[in-house]
Write a protein that binds this ligand. Structure first.
Ligand code: ADP
Length: 309
């Protein structure tokens, strides 16, 4: 595969008007490239258009305009191949209550035309930790087990791209960690992973690249590290050797004395180099016992970018 597992150009979606609700665009000209082999996060407030985007990729929602290419296959030119390249773990727990996990995987494999000789149901059940439940009815599975079965179903046709729609919303910590371990392992084996999440720390920890969507448009798209760098304000915390009598003073630096005797110096890292902050501290006759810096997290970037809707 080339550089990008997915390429989206000029994507638009307007759902048909309902009774009393006028047609309103859900996606308004989205261009997005998702690099092969990445873990890519789609973030945005409720109603931003994330599910619409994912459902278009999955072939579940028909786009109004634009071009979607998955694993080199244009959705309109090669719909079958583009669909076979992607697996989607949906948000809703829509499982047939009468199928056992193994049967559910076999049915799914059948839908994707995976020949019997190439099916890996037991291997996939083991991967998600459901081997003991292979023959249990879906209705007897716990919520967490159902989620794992949904992940397993997304994997039966061995897709190149795995899409997870809010995979850890409302799940307990143990299951969340298990899901992330699985996702990391699949990614290490070469699978490109796209996920939506409301948990910003999760995106920060899991994703190499992030797109922030707001009101149907991509408002930011960058590596996680670069996005975090955008919020430029940093705070240097200085623990002095002895009590401070004179506070440091320099242009572009705000100083606050904290209750534990430390000093918090806030500055914009692009305007004021860390060295200038340290110099101001030394000039005030302060001997530094310890120093650390704090910086904005994804939550701050996110709020800044989605504040004005
Ligand atoms: P997100 O997943 O980011 O919360 P969605 O893609 O679900 O956002 O929704 C984007 C917009 O499209 C919202 O205004 C939502 O009300 C609308 N929308 C989503 N699905 C439908 C649908 N099936 N019919 C009509 N409008 C919809």
């Amino acid at each position: 595969m080339g550089e990008n597992a997915i390429e989206i150009r000029g994507l638009e979606k307007t759902y048909a008007a309902g009774k009393g609700s006028p047609a309103k665009p859900a996606l308004r000209g989205v261009d997005l490239e998702i690099p092969t082999g990445s873990v890519f996060g789609l973030l945005g407030p409720n109603g931003a258009g994330k599910s619409t985007l994912i459902n278009i990729l999955a072939g579940l929602v028909v786009k109004t305009a634009g071009q979607v290419t998955i694993w080199g296959f244009d959705q309109d030119v090669n719909p079958r191949q583009s669909r076979a390249s992607i697996g989607v773990m949906p948000q809703e727990l829509n499982l047939d209550p009468f199928f056992s996990p193994r049967a559910a995987l076999e049915v799914q494999a059948g839908l994707y035309g995976v020949p019997k000789s190439q099916r890996r149901s037991d291997e996939i059940l083991a991967l998600v930790g459901l081997e003991d439940k292979a023959e249990a009815y879906a209705r007897t599975l716990s919520g967490g087990m159902r989620r794992r079965l949904l992940l397993a179903k997304a994997l039966v046709h061995n897709p190149h791209v795995l899409v997870l729609d809010e995979p850890t919303a409302g799940v307990d910590i143990e299951l969340r960690q298990m899901l992330w371990t699985n996702v990391r392992r699949l990614n290490e084996q070469g699978m490109t992973v796209i996920l939506t999440t409301h948990y910003l720390e999760e995106a920060e920890e899991m994703c190499d690249e992030i797109a922030i969507i707001n009101a149907g448009q991509v408002v930011a798209r960058d590596s996680t590290a670069n996005l975090l760098d955008r919020l430029d304000s940093k705070t240097m915390i200085i623990h002095p050797e002895t009590e401070v009598t004179t506070l440091p003073k320099a242009p572009g630096i705000e100083v606050e004395r904290r209750a534990d005797g430390s000093l918090a110096l806030s500055y914009q890292s692009h305007q004021t180099p860390a060295e200038a902050v340290l110099e101001a501290v030394r000039n005030a006759g302060i001997h530094i016992r310890d120093v650390k810096t704090e910086q904005a997290d994804l939550q701050d970037v996110f709020l800044e970018l989605t504040r004005s809707r």
